[in-house]
Structure formats: C-alpha cells, structure tokens
Design a protein around this ligand. Structure first.
Ligand SMILES: NCc1[nH]cc(CCC(=O)O)c1CC(=O)O
Length: 323
C-alpha cells in the first residue's frame, strides 16, 4: 500500500506553494485531505511547508499576459521541485501550464470547488437582479479585471462597460474597489470562498454564460515523475470526476493553443447520465467576436472530447483569434 511505500521516503516531505493566502489555504487543504484518507500521515512530522515567492506574485503592475502568462507561477515552483528543494507542489490548476516540464507529472487533482466566476459589486452598483446577472452594473461601469477571457465575455454581453487591468491578490483588489477606483471586479468564486469571502460575490455567473478558465476551482498536485512512492499516495486520494474534468478542459486548452492574450475558456461537468459535457470558448478581447461550442461524450474519453472540441473551435474561428 502507498502508505507503506511512503515510509521509505525521507521525511519531512516538503510541500512547495506560493506564499499568497489562497495558495497557503490550498496547500493546507491538501494536507487535510491527505490526513483524512491516510491517518498515518497526519500531523507535523511528515510535512513541511515551503512558501516560494514567484515572479507572478512580485510583478503586480503589469498584465499577467505581458510578463509570461500562466506558466509564470508554476515555473519557479517546478524548478524547486526538480532541484529537490521541495518534494511536491500544490497549485491552482488554472495557473498550471498545459504542458508540464519534462520530469514533472500532475499526480493528483482534488474535488473541484465551485468553478464559476463572480462579480464583486462596488458602492456605485445597483442591487443584484434575479435572472439578469449583469443588470447590477450601471451603464458604462468600470470593471477591474486582468483576464482577457473575462473581459471579452463581459464586453460581448455589455458593450457599454469599460474594463481596466487590475492585478494583485484578492485583498488588494477589494481595497481598490472600496476606494472607488473601480465599480466592480471579477474573481473566481472558488478563490473568494476559500478565503472566507464568498459573501462578497454580489453576482455569480453561470459557467455556460461566463465560461471559466480551464481548471478553475481545481487544486492540482505535481511531483517529480520518478517519485513513485509519492505518486502512488497521491493517485489514491485523487477525485476521479475532477480528473476527468481536468483532462477534458486541459486537452481543450492544449488544442486551442491560444497565447496567454487570447480569450479562451473551457468548462466541463459530469452529469447524472454519466456523460461529460464540455463547453469551449474563444473570443476577441474587445468582445466583438465570441464563440461557444458544447459537446458531450463518455467520461472515459475526456481527453479526446477536449481535443476534438478544441479542433472544432479552431476551424470555426476567424484567423485573427487563434493564430
Ligand atoms: N489567476 C489567479 C487565480 N488562480 C486561481 C484562482 C482562484 C481559485 C481557482 O480557480 O482555483 C485565482 C484568482 C481568480 O481568478 O480570481
């Protein structure tokens, strides 16, 4: 059994994570899951937290897309993994590059938290309106987001809105919202909930109308490909549904092969009929073009479903979107 195999592993195991409150929450949540399934591994003897500061955390005055995109957060953590400074790393799956570096594997994904995007409304906004999620935003409202995916979908639905880049952690954004710099900001509901701030989500958008980023709401754990003892342990605690969802969404993302400046999104869910439903999005950043396609298929074909949908969207998009 994996627990026995792990006994041969030098302890404590060092867990690599970013230093942000959300990242630390996720790392601790992961350790909680390990402790639930493997009581032998509970407590401080086995694990040691290593909070790493990455370029993505330090450079806050530019769009993520300009400084290297989503791979940025994970890159330095994977260097630490490959150097042996840490033994495994806990990530927000949506910040993890589609193609992992050689020698690194995604060994485990945890049960997904709510994958939807939420709008935090500032003092100038109206009250949320049932059935019309964007109605709380006044005409011409200024929305702070650095995500081209959120920007494109917002502007497509509401061309009157204005969007400006805003980065930094959740707390910083909320401060700027309160001070009136923005009328509203968009964040992943999963992140808000994990920070105990779910109540700030004034409006929650359905995933089919505001397609989330691939992997949004899922925590993933990477390890060195040769570390079979850890891989065995992690595979045993993984959530199979989240794995299928992650496989489909990440295969879609890989097939779309957009740059980090391309508004693309992917959202999979497994319904009671046992089928996996996958929605894919590609758009122009100004919202003047937007395409959503949806397919379904057996959960076991998750990767193929993602690839096929990506290829289909790619064929149907105007040339300037997915080059
Ligand atoms: N890009 C930052 C990031 N990475 C993961 C989350 C939220 C948690 C998640 O999706 O798992 C966030 C914040 C946000 O997009 O609002």
């Amino acid at each position: 059994m994996s627990e026995t195999a792990l006994r041969a592993h030098p302890v404590p195991l060092r867990i690599g994570t970013r230093a942000s409150p959300l990242a630390l929450w996720q790392a601790r949540h992961f350790l909680g899951v390990v402790g639930t399934f493997c009581p032998m591994l509970r407590g401080d003897t086995f694990f040691e937290e290593c909070a790493l500061s990455t370029a993505g955390d330090r450079i806050l005055d530019r769009r993520l897309a300009e400084i290297g995109g989503k791979g940025l957060f994970a890159k330095e953590i994977h260097e630490a993994l490959l150097d042996g400074r840490v033994d495994f790393a806990v990530h927000s799956l949506k910040d993890l590059e589609t193609e992992l570096p050689a020698g690194i594997v995604l060994a485990c994904v945890l049960k997904r938290e709510d994958p939807r995007d939420a709008i935090v409304l500032g003092p100038r906004c109206g009250a949320p309106v049932a059935g019309n999620p964007l109605a709380a935003l006044p005409i011409g409202a200024l929305v702070g987001t650095s995500s081209v995916r959120r920007q494109a979908q917002l502007l497509h639905a509401r061309p009157d809105l204005r969007v400006e880049a805003i980065r930094g952690n959740v707390q910083t954004r909320l401060k700027r919202l309160e001070s009136g710099e923005f009328d509203a900001t968009m964040l992943a509901l999963a992140g808000l909930k994990r920070l105990g701030l779910g109540h700030l989500a004034g409006v929650v958008l359905e995933a089919e109308e505001m397609v989330p980023a691939a992997g949004q709401g899922i925590v993933g754990v990477t390890v060195r490909a040769e570390d079979s003892a850890l891989i065995d342990l992690l595979r045993a605690i993984e959530c199979p549904e989240a794995r299928a969802i992650a496989d489909a969404e990440r295969a879609l993302l890989g097939a779309l092969d957009g740059s980090c400046r391309t508004p693309i999104g992917g959202h999979a869910r497994v319904l009671m009929d046992g089928q996996l439903y996958l929605t894919g999005l590609a758009a122009r950043a100004d919202g003047s073009f937007l395409m959503r396609h949806r397919v379904a298929g057996p959960v076991a074909d998750a990767v193929q479903i993602g690839r096929d949908l990506g290829a289909r969207i790619r064929r149907a998009c105007p040339a300037d979107i997915l080059t």
